[in-house]
Design a protein around this ligand. Structure first.
Ligand code: SF4
Ligand code: SF4
Length: 397
């Protein structure tokens, strides 16, 4: 079995949730014929298999709402005993100091919390999902109390475009790392296709807001960091600049509550399914599924992504390709770059390369990544002094 240097599995442990967000990606209706994975199935068929695939990997537990699974502490403790890192993505409803302590204890201290915020504007936030800025501040305070790192997941749709740059500024001022999640018409959102952003939205609003904040440089596209820039070896695990574009099927997979496996969480419950852990070992699905094999190859995508200088680093979002065209290998329909050939450079390359290096240094100095990758201090590249940069970038500390 091929062992992966690093692997992150987004595990939707249940479809249950008490929040009823208007456009939840997880369809709350459990397929009657296929019950959710039991405790033992989740442990053996998912968590133990992940340990074999990548003993230093990480599991991102989510739902629905992971905290609504009666066995959530048991699953997290099992993952910690396996030596994998734990992320918990939750609405945070009902989370208090005592529960946070229990989560941290179950994860043997190797825990990062993920919370959602789609907009700092309360009216817009209400239209997107439950919870607001105040709730987020309370949750971040709880994390601080328990010395648990946290990040924010921001789902980008046409509903929150107007406040996106204000939201990103708000997060940046507080030095909160953010992962952008593209809105896709999946689950309860299946009939809200009109909320998908397009190429113009990306070029005019989304990309400028993301590229201005290196603390958001996680797996988004289009991503213009120079693929042939210094290949940073991140903690000796072979992560490099080339690992910050689309990670679907490369260092990232998603698993739904019933055990279906997809190259990205956004592709769960779609025909881009690679198998089910009840039918086939997860390690075999990852190694042998045609979809996974294609996505692991060089320049897997078609169209302009195939002839693009960034075709093997950025790769284009495979989930957006699927939802816009029906073909998960189509060119990224939201990309505003028009490469004639692999020689065409984006005018944004210099900025994004510099910011990417800053971001990798941020990871090297901050939990959880410095723990996961075992790197401390600055990476061996010539950079601005990171703290000086951070001071300038974030305002006086
Ligand atoms: S398909 Fe790739 S870029 Fe798109 S959300 Fe998934 S991992 Fe990210
Ligand atoms: S054409 Fe494709 S690979 Fe190139 S930058 Fe755009 S999305 Fe990325």
């Amino acid at each position: 079995m091929r062992r992966h240097a690093f692997f992150l599995c987004y595990f939707e442990t249940t479809r249950r949730c008490d929040q009823g967000c208007p456009h939840c990606m997880t369809d709350p209706a459990e397929p009657a014929s296929r019950p959710e994975l039991s405790t033992v199935e989740a442990q053996r068929l998912v968590l133990d298999e992940l340990r074999e695939l990548s003993p230093k990997g990480a599991v991102s537990f989510s739902g629905g709402e992971i905290l609504q699974r009666a066995d959530h502490l048991e699953l997290i403790a099992h993952n910690a005993r396996n030596g994998l890192y734990t992320f918990v993505n939750t609405s945070g409803s009902g989370l208090d100091s005592a529960r946070m302590r229990k989560l941290k204890q179950a994860a043997a201290g190797r825990l990062t919390m993920g919370f959602s915020l789609d907009s700092v504007d309360d009216d817009i936030q209400k239209k997107c999902r439950a919870g607001d800025r105040e709730r987020l501040e309370r949750l971040l305070h709880l994390c601080e109390e328990q010395n648990v790192p946290a990040f924010v997941l921001l789902t980008v749709s046409r509903r929150n475009l107007a406040s996106l740059s204000r939201t990103m500024d708000w997060l940046r001022e507080r030095k909160i790392a953010v992962i952008r999640s593209p809105f896709v018409p999946r689950g309860a959102a299946a009939n809200a296709r009109h909320l998908c952003f397009d190429r113009a939205d990306m070029g005019d609003t989304i990309h400028p807001a993301l590229r201005a904040n290196p603390l958001s440089y996680v797996s988004y596209t289009p991503f213009f960091a120079a693929p042939d820039a210094t290949r940073l070896s991140f903690g000796g695990r072979g992560l490099s600049l080339g690992n910050l574009g689309c990670q679907a099927g490369r260092t990232f997979i998603g698993i739904n509550a019933e055990g279906d496996v997809a190259p990205c969480v956004h592709l769960l419950d779609s025909p881009v399914c690679c198998g089910n852990v009840r039918d086939q070992a997860l390690s075999r699905i990852v190694a042998e599924s045609e979809i996974m094999r294609v996505l692991r190859g060089e320049r897997p995508a078609r169209g302009k992504c195939a002839r693009c200088r960034y075709g093997d680093s950025c790769r284009g979002c495979r989930a957006l390709a699927y939802y816009h065209t029906g073909d998960y290998l189509a060119e990224d329909p939201t990309c505003f770059f028009q490469p004639d050939s692999p020689a065409t450079r984006s005018p944004l390359e210099e900025t994004q390369t510099a910011n990417t290096r800053l971001f990798l240094n941020y990871l090297a100095q901050n939990r959880p990544w410095r723990d996961i990758f075992g790197v401390h201090g600055r990476l061996g590249v010539t950079l601005l002094n990171f703290k000086a940069w951070l001071n300038t970038f974030l305002g006086s500390l």
